[in-house]
Design a protein around this ligand. Structure first.
Ligand code: SF4
Length: 344
């Protein structure tokens, strides 16, 4: 894997902003490269750098408040990009590109998936620069290729793990989605968010992976958690404290709805929502968390239901006597607040 971080952008930002202290953060896979850049910045420009050692799973983890507390003049967030280029001209998003080629895997896909004619093409930040080239190649192979328009957050064809709004708008005009990259996390999100056949085209293993089974398995668990929560009388409603996931009003809305249906609610706020963090709240029978929906949908082995926003909506539908609905099929599972850093 060759990842190229856009170092020129960092150097340009330094020349323009002339900071004394920079806070860097990046996803786990880019730590080593980011450390090297920090050393270069310290040595060549005499600027102090600090690396944010907290988890950084997405663009929502941008560490703006931490930087303020540390007295940093700016944040360089590497590896997650969007239409938004900065938050308050204080947190800057710097691209990291993956140079892997897709030629072999798309030839394989063209053979295996020739039953689909109309394809929706999507990817995540690191392969976005390959979309146009792959589109042309697939068109030459006879496919009709669609790339979803960008919006106020996502670039054309881009998806996050909680936001599929670019591809969602294509679901009626395509037969299937091809996700470019090696991230089942994103590919399965497209399958769940659109309810369309979705295939991950992995350029490293040259494999085509059908997302139907992983999506069905997650859906089954998501539904089970909703029905388990239905029987609970005491709920914990958790507001996530990571900047981009901070949804206080949504938490309050969930609280009001649950109380309206006779549930007792304790409100909590935390940065990391893990089984260990929830273990001490033994009296709570079920949780709703309004932070990253993937905490509930993919990851952890929680011993009690921990519902994401779409699952909470499904629970409320059931409490109101309606059917559970296609609750995961929607353009986005949370409304990220990237681009806001109140008070800075
Ligand atoms: S909230 Fe969205 S962008 Fe942030 S880590 Fe979760 S899926 Fe990714």
């Amino acid at each position: 894997m060759t990842i190229r971080i856009n170092e020129k952008k960092i150097v340009d930002l330094i020349s323009e902003k002339k900071p004394n202290l920079i806070l860097f953060n990046a996803p786990g896979g880019l730590i080593k490269q980011t450390m090297k850049i920090m050393q270069m910045v310290e040595k060549d420009y005499g600027i102090k750098c600090v690396y944010s050692g907290d988890t950084c799973y997405g663009i929502c983890d941008y560490s703006g408040y931490d930087a303020v507390r540390l007295g940093a003049d700016m944040v360089i967030h590497i590896g997650h990009t969007a239409v938004v280029k900065s938050v308050n001209n204080y947190v800057y998003f710097v691209e990291a590109y993956d140079d892997v080629e897709f030629d072999t895997v798309i030839e394989k896909a063209a053979g295996m998936l020739s039953m689909y004619k109309r394809i929706g093409l999507a990817t995540f930040s690191q392969h976005l620069h390959k979309l146009g080239e792959v589109r042309s190649k697939l068109e030459r192979m006879g496919f009709e290729v669609h790339i979803g328009k960008g919006n106020n957050l996502l670039q054309a064809g881009q998806v996050f793990g909680c936001d599929f709004s670019t591809v969602y708008n294509l679901k009626e005009v395509v037969d299937a989605f091809f996700f470019l990259g090696e991230s089942e996390f994103h590919a399965v999100g497209i399958a769940l968010g659109t309810n369309k056949p979705t295939y991950m085209l992995d350029p490293y293993l040259n494999e085509i992976i059908n997302m139907e089974e992983p999506a069905r398995e997650r859906m089954k668990r998501a539904i089970l958690a909703v029905y388990k929560a239905l029987d609970a009388t005491k709920f914990g409603v958790i507001t996530g404290l990571k900047e981009g996931q901070f949804m206080k009003q949504r938490s309050e809305w969930v609280r009001r709805k649950l109380e309206l249906h006779g549930k007792e609610v304790i409100q909590l706020a935390m940065r990391e929502i893990t089984p260990e963090r929830l273990a001490p709240y033994t009296e709570i029978e079920a949780f709703v968390q309004t932070a990253c929906p993937r905490i509930s949908i993919d990851g952890y082995n929680f011993d009690r239901p921990v519902l994401s926003i779409p699952q909470a909506d499904a629970l409320i539908r059931l409490l109101e006597g309606r059917d559970i609905g296609d609750f995961m099929v929607r353009p986005k599972w949370i409304e990220l607040t990237v681009g806001l850093l109140p008070g800075v």
